[in-house]
Design a protein around this ligand. Structure first.
Ligand code: NAP
Length: 250
């Protein structure tokens, strides 16, 4: 039997990379999935590739009106939500000396504020016994040059998971994080000035992984499926590393 049959899920940043892989996997397991993102063209392509059990709602997670519009639509169409994957994120790498207030605020607005309000605004619609998954990062456990703001945002969302597990326990909503290692998605390209530099970045990340390679988005989707499903019924408040061994032994 499918693991998410009849469930309604939201995946922010579901038009690319890890979020798209999660949306596809959830639909394959019987869920109806709402994906979000800012780029309408990428949302259209994503829905075309996922099929009729997915719907796109364009929006910016840093904008509360956009979040409210998403949930108003889901309330009208489905009446409730079982699973939220707060996945949308950006890196905005800058060495400490070059860090600007503008970039710092933007990375925190998307990666921290966006995650908090994506979950908070959904609570009136969340069904009891639901699951919340936030995407943290191996970066919280490493000192990666240029990642001051990014790594701190991912430590913040890991912390949310602890607080929310306690706050939502009476509703039996399980909250967990996944910390991916380096995964081969467009986020790698977003950190490099040109394709050659992006290739170099991929090679240097892969070299730091005990398994000797980048991860694939599907490998994060498999972990998200586990945490979203009843297979993880006694798993709460954890941060699951899916990183080829980087944080355990790298
Ligand atoms: P990606 O392919 O670049 O996807 C990022 C997604 O977030 C896109 O769908 C993007 O869509 C969306 N997004 C960005 N800003 C947004 C905003 N303000 N509002 C709504 N959506 C927004 O990168 P990815 O690797 O799949 O990243 C997914 C998550 O995994 C991120 O939180 C990232 O930090 C985390 N992560 C990735 C890695 C890795 O190595 N790939 C490692 C650890 C953690 P639009 O651009 O259309 O808005």
């Amino acid at each position: 039997m499918s693991k998410l049959q009849g469930k309604v899920a939201v995946v922010t940043g579901g038009n690319s990379g890890i979020g798209l892989a999660i949306a596809k996997r959830f639909v394959a397991e019987g869920a109806f999935v709402y994906i979000t993102g800012r780029r309408q063209s990428e949302l259209d392509n994503a829905v075309a590739s996922i099929g009729s059990q997915a719907k796109a709602v364009q929006g910016d997670v840093a904008n509360l009106d956009d979040i409210d519009r998403l949930y108003a639509k889901i309330r009208d169409e489905k009446g409730g939500i079982d699973i939220i994957v707060a996945n949308a994120g950006i890196v905005g790498p800058q060495p400490l000396e070059e860090t600007t207030a503008e970039t710092f605020d933007k990375v925190f607005a998307v990666n921290v504020r966006g995650v908090l309000f994506t979950v908070k605004q959904a609570l009136p619609l969340m069904n009891d016994r639901g699951a919340v998954i936030v995407i943290s990062s191996m970066a919280t456990a490493k000192g990666i040059p240029g990642y001051s703001a990014y790594s701190a945002t991912k430590a913040a969302v890991r912390s949310f998971v602890r607080t929310w597990t306690a706050e939502l326990k009476s509703r039996h909503i399980r909250v967990n994080a996944i910390s991916p290692g380096p995964i081969d998605t467009p986020i790698m390209d977003s950190q490099a000035p040109n394709p050659e530099a992006a290739d170099k970045l991929r090679t240097s990340f892969a070299a730091a992984v005990p398994l000797g390679r980048l991860g694939q988005p599907d490998e994060i989707a498999a972990a998200a499926l586990f945490l979203a499903s009843d297979e993880a019924s006694y798993v709460a408040g954890v941060d699951l590393p899916v990183d080829g061994g980087v944080t355990a032994i790298g």
